[in-house]
Design a protein around this ligand. Structure first.
Ligand SMILES: Nc1nc2c(c(=O)[nH]1)N[C@H]1C(S)=C(S)[C@@H](COP(=O)(O)OP(=O)(O)OC[C@H]3O[C@@H](n4cnc5c(=O)[nH]c(N)nc54)[C@H](O)[C@@H]3O)O[C@H]1N2
Ligand SMILES: Nc1nc2c(c(=O)[nH]1)N[C@H]1C(S)=C(S)[C@@H](COP(=O)(O)OP(=O)(O)OC[C@H]3O[C@@H](n4cnc5c(=O)[nH]c(N)nc54)[C@H](O)[C@@H]3O)O[C@H]1N2
Ligand SMILES: [Mo]
Length: 753
């Protein structure tokens, strides 16, 4: 694949949303799915009687509008509801080798996968096979493993609660906790940080809290592209007088000004100014910035005693405050401003906003979770929130904004390589078998284990493991050591092309597809970013009757493996309520699940911090934590590279090569860079460079990236995910959470051609 040059670079857009967003949404839906199918899909997305948007995990409001979706949700729906198929003719015309030459966008554009396919050992072409043969092959391979830990079961975050619950049951019944998931690559650091500090790994706000917040901080998140419906929430808050502060190396368009496409006024006028204050932090400078904010807050408290820090809260409900205060006092302003890259005036201004707000919500996403010291990032946020007592009261709290639409639900259902003892005991009680207690592989550990020849079987429940993980070339080689790799998928991607000796593609129903498994209309459930579980029911006629639901696929494998099992695998596809009944008995907060879903269609999961201001830690107290301001070693000629999503992609699914808000068209092989940094290196906007990453003594190089001068802090560059993934070293991961440090890779540039 040779890297293309951009056809147009027009500078960043001022305003997000508006009429262009609406027109874009409709044109995607109609062009790809046709007017009838496209309109029907959009009419039912995020409605009570419809299906959950396969886009992001931002919650729907209680009172929904007729168009409860955004431009990018519409793109995700349109992309799934296409009529085009990648069928047996397609695969007999294209060898694996020729498909490997294509980029992800082309592969995805070939349409829906509609029949089971096999790539036999030594063959260069996928060919069709019957579902029964596929299940037999999987069961035979699993039965033949030397130990169950030679099998790995990956999950992406679109999988429903019902399918996820069965999938983890399958893995554990087999005897392994090898259940890596996209969470390992995503918010794992948030879960780890929060669990340690406040006793639960989830956020502590509900959508309603945004109506009562006085200040909303948004760090390392680009909601304009990745959670566009959040902009409506922010617009309401901003109009009400709440202050919004953004913390990001890039001054992202969505946070500048916003026109709400769901309101008439959104079509005209200048839009609402969203962020009142932007802190252009250096890549990986957040720990220093948060400590600087704390330092400024302590100074304000000294001048306004008792007005900034919530002493009652600190005394009764927290531990570790004195050490924290001392460590912040020991930091110098010089060090904190240098490492964060933000000047003291802006830090003081942000601290004033924080101190002046009765209720503060702190939101964050990948800009904070994918660094070596990512866990420290979130724990510093907790420190700040604790200072003001911003937990367990209306309008305040911590808000990790999740990515995939059911990534949080999959975890709740037990998709985790490190299950708790309580969860395993509940499984044992419900199903009468002994689940394994030793921990399994996470996503990065899976690649190491494959590399070491310890994995023979890989199954991906959705997702694109090969392109989403770091160190692409190494991951591809590692996967090639497996005997059988199985992808349950809706669309073609590189994970179907870099496989084990034998590979299977199992085509699944998507969110928008009507599910008639067991000859009845089935629905599934999903959990959003704020712990609300809702039903989701597809409405479109599936493209082929060879498509199967994820539930059906997992249940059939279970049935093949254990025909006379105490677990009634055959019952599950007939009625998904049978699965919900088991979920109800195993998972806290889900009792009476099947009945409540039928009655109310929704449950709000309990959250002790939010609901009762109770921290479920060993001593019932929330913890202040102390972290060093450690900088990555960056030599004089080197820069820090972060990887970002464009406005026209969903993770590794690329809709087009354009990024409207950043003003780039025609190529994703671009590198956003600071003008002075370029100048110093004798480089200019428009030149083509090679990027080399440096880790220990290793180097990895990618050629052919066009430089774009951009408003980004000195020493920082940004490229697109997944194009830059080959540069991310597999060993460069977050301490404790092991999440790849995709957002801070040390690189150098050289002239290319
Ligand atoms: N349309 C669409 N929606 C999506 C997705 C998608 O690809 N497309 N993906 C979904 C998924 S799985 C997820 S996890 C979310 C991702 O949503 P985001 O987290 O918003 O996604 P990213 O583009 O990775 O961007 C992170 C932001 O962090 C900033 N950033 C980079 N490095 C740093 C840093 O060191 N410090 C700080 N403070 N900021 C930094 C970047 O400039 C960028 O604005 O979106 C979900 N929703
Ligand atoms: N450099 C860099 N790398 C990153 C990130 C980053 O910010 N920077 N972000 C990371 C993050 S946050 C995440 S979450 C991961 C994402 O990693 P993944 O979740 O593994 O990747 P996706 O691109 O979302 O997966 C897309 C594929 O899922 C399949 N699919 C879609 N819908 C369905 C469905 O309903 N059922 C089934 N069975 N299959 C379906 C389709 O075949 C599609 O090709 O990537 C990570 N990688
Ligand atoms: Mo994600």
């Amino acid at each position: 694949m040779t890297a293309k040059r951009p056809s147009k670079v027009s500078g960043q857009k001022e305003t997000a949303g508006g009429l262009t967003a609406v027109l874009n949404a409709l044109s995607h839906a109609w062009r790809k799915a046709g007017i009838g199918r496209g309109t029907r899909a959009l009419r039912y997305v995020n409605q009570r009687e419809g299906f959950d948007c396969p886009g992001c995990a931002w919650p729907e409001p209680g009172k929904r509008s007729h168009a409860e979706f955004c431009e990018n949700g519409a793109k995700a729906v349109a992309d799934e509801s296409v009529k085009r198929r990648a069928d047996r003719q397609f695969f007999s015309a294209h060898s694996i080798d020729s498909l490997r030459e294509q980029d992800g966008r082309w592969l995805n554009a070939q349409g829906r996968l509609t029949e089971p396919l096999i790539l036999r050992e030594g063959s260069h072409y996928y060919e069709p096979l019957e579902w029964d043969e596929a299940f037999d092959l999987i069961a035979a391979e699993l039965a033949d493993l030397a130990t169950p830990d030679e099998a790995v079961f990956y999950t992406s975050g679109r999988t429903s609660n019902e399918a996820a619950f069965l999938y983890q049951l399958l893995a554990r019944r087999l005897g392994t906790n090898n259940l890596p998931d996209c969470s390992n690559l995503c918010h794992e650091s948030s879960g780890y940080a929060l669990t340690e500090a406040i006793g639960i790994g989830k956020g502590t706000v509900s959508l309603d809290d945004f109506e009562h917040a006085d200040a909303i901080f948004i760090a390392g998140q680009n909601p304009g592209s990745n959670h566009p419906r959040m902009l409506s929430t922010l617009q309401r808050a901003s109009r009400r007088g709440a202050s919004i502060v953004s913390i990001n190396p890039l001054d992202e368009t969505g946070l500048r000004r916003f026109k709400n496409p769901q309101q008439l006024s959104g079509y005209v006028g200048k839009g609402t100014l969203l962020a009142d204050l932007h802190l252009p932090v250096r890549i990986n400078g957040d720990v220093a910035l948060f400590q600087a904010l704390a330092k400024a807050l302590f100074e304000l408290e000294a001048s306004r005693p008792g007005q900034v820090i919530d002493h009652d809260f600190l005394t009764s409900l927290t531990a570790g405050f004195d050490e924290y205060r001392q460590s912040i006092a020991s930091r110098s302003w010089g060090e904190l401003t240098r490492v964060s890259g933000v000047d003291i005036e802006r830090i003081r201004a942000a601290a004033e906003v924080f101190a002046g707000a009765k209720n503060v919500i702190f939101c964050w996403a990948m800009g904070l979770t994918q660094h070596r010291n990512a866990v420290a990032n979130m724990q510093e946020i907790v420190n700040l929130l604790l200072l003001g007592g911003h937990f367990g009261r209306s309008g305040a709290g911590a808000c990790p904004v999740r990515g995939h639409s059911n990534v949080q639900g999959d975890r709740t259902m037990g998709i985790w390589e490190k299950p708790s003892a309580a969860f395993l005991t509940a499984l044992q009680k419900a199903f009468a078998f002994n689940p394994p207690s030793h921990h399994g592989y996470d996503s990065v550990a899976t690649i190491h284990a494959m590399d070491a020849g310890k994995v023979r079987f890989f199954m991906g429940m959705g997702g694109n493991f090969i392109s989403a993980t770091p160190d692409t070339a190494r991951t591809q080689q590692a996967m090639a050591r497996c005997r059988l790799s199985v992808q349950v998928s809706t669309k073609l991607n590189h994970s179907h092309l870099y496989t084990g000796h034998t590979a299977l593609i199992l085509p699944a129903l998507g969110r928008s597809d009507r599910d008639l498994t067991g000859a009845r209309e089935q629905f599934v459930t999903v959990e959003n970013s704020m712990g609300v579980v809702r039903r989701s029911q597809g409405v479109l006629t599936p493209l082929a009757d060879t498509l199967r639901s994820e539930v059906d696929i997992v249940a059939n494998i279970g049935r093949r493996l254990w025909p006379d099992d105490t677990i009634a695998w055959h019952e599950f596809p007939a009625d998904y309520d049978r699965i919900r009944e088991h979920i109800g008995s195993v998972i806290p907060g889900f009792s009476g699940f099947a009945r409540r879903m039928a009655q109310d269609g929704e449950i709000v999961l309990p959250n002790p911090v939010r609901d009762r201001r109770r921290f479920p830690t060993v001593d019932g107290k929330a913890r202040f934590t102390v972290h060093p301001v450690d900088e990555l070693p960056v030599a004089e000629d080197q820069l820090l590279l972060t990887s970002i999503r464009s406005h026209d992609q969903f993770n590794t699914t690329i809709y087009s090569d354009n990024d409207r808000y950043r003003g780039v068209s025609g190529s994703r092989y671009v590198l956003f860079a600071n003008r002075e940094d370029l100048h110093e290196r004798g480089l200019r906007d428009g030149m083509v460079v090679n990027i080399t990453s440096h880790f220990d003594d290793e180097k990895r190089t990618l050629p052919g990236f066009t430089l774009i001068e951009f408003d980004i802090p000195r020493g920082c560059v940004a490229g697109y995910y997944p194009e830059v993934n080959p540069l991310v070293p597999l060993e460069h991961t977050a301490e404790k959470s092991n999440t790849p440090a995709y957002k801070s890779v040390v690189v150098s540039l050289s002239r290319g051609n």
